[in-house]
Design a protein around this ligand. Structure first.
Ligand code: ADP
Length: 262
C-alpha cells in the first residue's frame, strides 16, 4: 500500500511516497516553501512516477503551510512528523534537533517513537538556515561550502552577536579587518551550534542525539554541534525529508486503523 507525506515549510517543499510504511519509493525536494507553487509541483513530480493510480493514495500534510494543501486528507504538526520520521530512520534517537529555513526545534522522543516534549525558536532567524544563508551571502560563498572551509580554519574567531542583523555587521567588520574566511566560517558555525545546543538543553539532552531538517545536510553544523554537545549526532541522507517521511507513516497508520475498524 502506498501513502504520501508532504512537508510544506517556510523555505522548502518536500514530498515522499512510501510503500507499506517501510520503503521510500520516491521523494522530491523543491527549495521554495509555502505560498509558492512548490508544494503542488513537488507533489505532482512524485505522483508522475506512479501514473494515474495516484488519486487513490492517501496524502497527509505537515509543516508550516500544511493547512493550505488541498490534496491532503489530514494535517499534522511538523514536530509529531519529525519525531515519527526520525524514529523510522533510527529508533535510538531520543533528542532530535530540527534546523529548518526559519526555525529551530528540539524534541524529545520516547522509546516507542512518540513525541514527548519539544521547544522551538520561531521568532528569530538566529541559529536557523536563514542565518547561515545570510552569512554565506556576505562572505560570497555557498552554504554548501561552509563545512569544507571550516575544516581549514586555524584560528576560529568568536561571533558575539546572535542577532542576524548584528552578526552580519560583525562578519563585515571581520572581513575588512582581513580575518581569513575559513576562520570566520568556523566562528559562524560555532555560534549557531552554541545557540542550538542551548535550545536543546531546554528539553534535556538524552542520547542518542539526532538532527533533521535541511541544515542537517551541512556537515559543518553537525560537527560544531557534536563539539558543543560533546556527543555524536546522528544524521541521515534523508535529513531534509524526515518530516515528510513521518507524514507518510502517519497516513499509513491511519489506513491500517480504518481497515481494522471496518
Ligand atoms: P523548512 O522545512 O523550514 O522550509 P528545511 O528543513 O527544508 O526548511 O531547510 C531549509 C534550509 O536547509 C535552508 O536554509 C537551506 O539553506 C538549508 N540546506 C538545504 N540543503 C542544504 C545543504 N546541502 N547544505 C547546507 N544547507 C542546506
Amino acid at each position: 500500500m502506498l501513502t504520501v507525506g508532504v512537508d510544506i515549510g517556510s523555505t522548502s517543499s518536500k514530498c515522499v511516497l512510501l510503500e507499506d510504511g517501510r520503503k521510500i519509493v520516491a521523494q522530491k525536494v523543491i527549495a521554495l516553501g509555502t505560498g509558492t507553487k512548490a508544494p503542488q509541483l513537488v507533489y505532482e513530480e512524485v505522483m508522475k512516477m506512479i501514473g494515474d493510480s495516484y488519486k487513490d493514495i492517501p496524502v497527509l500534510a505537515t509543516g508550516y503551510g500544511r493547512t493550505s494543501f488541498e490534496h491532503a486528507k489530514k494535517q499534522l504538526s511538523e514536530v509529531s512528523c519529525h519525531a515519527k520520521g526520525m524514529f523510522f530512520l533510527n529508533p535510538e534517537v531520543r533528542t532530535l534537533i530540527d534546523i529548518g529555513g526559519q526555525d529551530v526545534k528540539a524534541m524529545r522522543i520516547g522509546p516507542t517513537g512518540r513525541l514527548e516534549n519539544f521547544v522551538m525558536n520561531e521568532k528569530c532567524a538566529a541559529g536557523t538556515g536563514r542565518f547561515l544563508e545570510v552569512m554565506a551571502r556576505v562572505l560570497d560563498i555557498s552554504v554548501t561550502d561552509m563545512s569544507e572551509l571550516a575544516k581549514r580554519s586555524t584560528k576560529e574567531i568568536a561571533i558575539s552577536n546572535t542577532c542576524t542583523v548584528f552578526a552580519e555587521s560583525e562578519v563585515i567588520s571581520q572581513l575588512s579587518a582581513k580575518v581569513a574566511v575559513e576562520d570566520i566560517v568556523a566562528g559562524i558555525l560555532r555560534s549557531v551550534a552554541k545557540r542550538v545546543a542551548s535550545l536543546a538543553g531546554r528539553v534535556g539532552i538524552k542520547e542518542t542525539v539526532g538532527m533533521s531538517g535541511g541544515v542537517s545536510l551541512n556537515q559543518g553544523i553537525v560537527s560544531a554541534l557534536e563539539k558543543e554537545l560533546k556527543t555524536p549526532v546522528y544524521v541521515s541522507e534523508y535529513g531534509q525529508i524526515v518530516g515528510a517521511i513521518g507524514a507518510a507513516l502517519f497516513a499509513y497508520e491511519d489506513v491500517l486503523k480504518e481497515q481494522k475498524s471496518t
